[in-house]
Ligand binder design. Sequence first.
Ligand SMILES: Nc1ncnc2c1ncn2[C@@H]1O[C@H](COP(=O)(O)OP(=O)(O)OP(=O)(O)O)[C@@H](O)[C@H]1O
Ligand SMILES: [Mg+2]
Length: 237
Amino acid sequence: MDIKINNLRKSYDQVVLDDISLNISSYKSIAIIGQSGCGKSTLLRMMTGIEEVDSGKIEFNKHELGIGDIRAYQKSISMVFQKHNLFPHLTLKDNITMILDKIYKMDNQLADKKAVDLLSSLQLEDHMHKKPDQVSGGQAQRASIARALATDPEIIFMDEPTAALDPILTREVLESVKALKSSGTQFVFVTHELGFAREFADYVVFMEEGKIVEEGPHILQRPSSDVLKHFLENERG
Ligand SMILES: Nc1ncnc2c1ncn2[C@@H]1O[C@H](COP(=O)(O)OP(=O)(O)OP(=O)(O)O)[C@@H](O)[C@H]1O
Ligand SMILES: [Mg+2]
C-alpha cells in the first residue's frame, strides 16, 4: 500500500486532526491506535474520501483524493464499520449478490458462486440463508467482511469492527480476518484490540490529540515515547 498524507488538518468545533503527515509504502496491513477521541475514525473517514479535508493532501495507491472523480477510488475500496450495516430484509447471501448484481452487473450465477465462496471462507456456509437478525453479532459482522471482500477491493478500511461484540465473538471475527492476510487484500484498520494489532498489522500508527505521536512496524513491541508506553500499559490485549 502506498500512502502519502501531507499536512492534513480537520476541525469541527475544535481541531481534530492537527497537521497529520504520513508516508507509508510496501506495508499491507496498517493499524491506527490511540485513546478514544484522538481522531482515529476521523482520519480513517478522510482516507476513504467520505469526508472532506480542511487542508492538506491525501494520496492512496496513486489516487489523489479531492482531485477528479472520487468514485473510481471509492470503487477500489471497501469499508467495515463498528456495527454491521447489512440490509436487514435480505439474507446474508443476498446482501452480497445484490451488490454484485446492481453495482457490478455480475452475471447471476457467478454472483451466487462468489457469495457462497466468500461466506464459506468466513465459516458462514450454514447461515447464508438467514437474515442479519437471525444470526449472532459476530456472524453478521463476518458477513459484512465477506461483503466488503466481494468487490475485490484493493483496500479494506475497518473502524473497530469488533467493538460491538463480546470477547468470544471478537476472537471469532478477528481469527477470520487474520485468515485473510494471505489473500492479497490490504487493510487499514482502527482498533482497541492491541493483541490483534500486534499480530495482524505490519505497520502501526499511534495518535494522540489529533497528532501522530509514533509510527512504525514495531512500535507495539518497542515503544519509544512515554505516551505510547503509558497507553500500552493501560489498554487490554
Ligand atoms: N462529525 C463531527 N462533528 C463534530 N465533532 C466531531 C465529529 N466527528 C468527530 N468529532 C470530534 O472529533 C474528535 C475525534 O473523534 P473521532 O471519532 O475521530 O475519535 P476516535 O479516535 O475515533 O475515538 P473512539 O476511539 O472513541 O472511536 C472527538 O472530539 C469528536 O467529538
Ligand atoms: Mg472511532
